[in-house]
Design a protein around this ligand. Structure first.
Ligand SMILES: *[C@@H]1O[C@H](CO)[C@@H](O)[C@H](O)[C@H]1NC(C)=O
Length: 277
């Protein structure tokens, strides 16, 4: 096994010249502003999830968010512009404080109002949230969706998860096999659970995440993926749960705004939009 891994790393090293075949994703929901939706966002205070919450509210949707830390949910830097970091005050937003691994907390989201579509954008370090939070939480969400007759699900994982291992740039692949090995084990299990759900799912595998303003450029990448703004990832997720003939239902696309450009995961505060010390 070790040998095979090293071999594939070596292969990646030699094959790391760009092998991307980007397909531009053309969002269709923004063209048809008629369909307001009721959306649930799990992990609501996370950087990508907050983009989903904020953009959905801006669309006129109603949103129920579940997060362990309701006070951390703020207007996101990417699409929030000058309003970034302020708290979100919108009568169409319900924030529930709770833990996605607790089914009773997940049920509260579906009890709050009728839900049409669900975004799961959970995050955190395994040292804080446990080794199986993504899988356990996603199982709870899927069970509650079935109990409530909700079909559409977008789940944010990562480039490199599941069968996209070879779409991760070389340096990121090394992180996946070392410091991020636990979280990737959980992400891989989470993807399996989603694929077996029988729901109209889209597993969204973004490249390197930034807090930049939305570019509107979302490429589905077959080869090695580059970076993408969280705001663009959110738009893709919202389209996945609200566009009737969304083209990536039952699929797990890798998305990037920068087709095929190699990137190294930026773990700095700057990439998270935090003030530099
Ligand atoms: C709340 O949602 C309704 C549609 O359900 C929409 O018409 C209204 O503009 C939204 N309100 C705000 C403040 O966004």
């Amino acid at each position: 096994m070790k040998l095979i891994q090293s071999a594939s790393l070596l292969f990646a090293l030699f094959a790391s010249s760009s092998t991307a075949f980007p397909t531009a994703f053309r969002p269709t929901r923004s063209n048809t502003q008629l369909d307001m939706a009721n959306i649930a966002v799990f992990g609501a205070s996370g950087l990508t999830a907050a983009e989903c919450v904020y953009q959905a509210l801006e669309n006129g949707d109603t949103v129920v968010g579940l997060t362990r830390n309701p006070s951390k949910l703020k207007i996101p830097k990417g699409s929030g512009g000058a309003k970034a970091d302020q708290s979100i005050s919108n009568p169409n937003l319900t924030v529930i404080g709770g833990d996605v691994t607790n089914k009773a907390d997940v049920d509260k989201v579906f009890a709050a109002q009728k839900i049409d579509g669900v975004v799961v954008a959970l995050g955190g370090k395994t040292s804080d949230v446990g080794d199986t939070m993504l899988t356990d939480g996603t199982k709870n969400v899927i069970a509650a969706m079935k109990e409530n007759g909700v079909k559409r699900l977008a789940v944010v994982t990562s480039i490199g998860a599941g069968d996209s291992e070879n779409q991760a740039p070389f340096m990121f692949k090394i992180l996946m096999k070392t410091v991020m090995s636990k979280i990737f084990k959980d992400k891989n299990e989470q993807e399996k659970v989603v694929k077996a759900s029988g729901l109209e799912y889209c597993i969204v595998r973004p490249g390197g995440l930034t807090v930049d303003p939305p570019t509107g450029v979302i490429n589905v990448i077959e080869g090695e993926a580059g970076s993408i703004a969280r705001a663009d990832v959110a738009q893709f997720c919202l389209d996945a749960i609200s566009v009737p003939d969304f083209p990536y239902i039952g699929k797990a696309p890798c998305i990037s705004s920068v087709g095929g450009t190699s990137w190294v995961k930026d773990r700095s505060s700057k990439a998270r939009g935090e003030a530099m010390q």
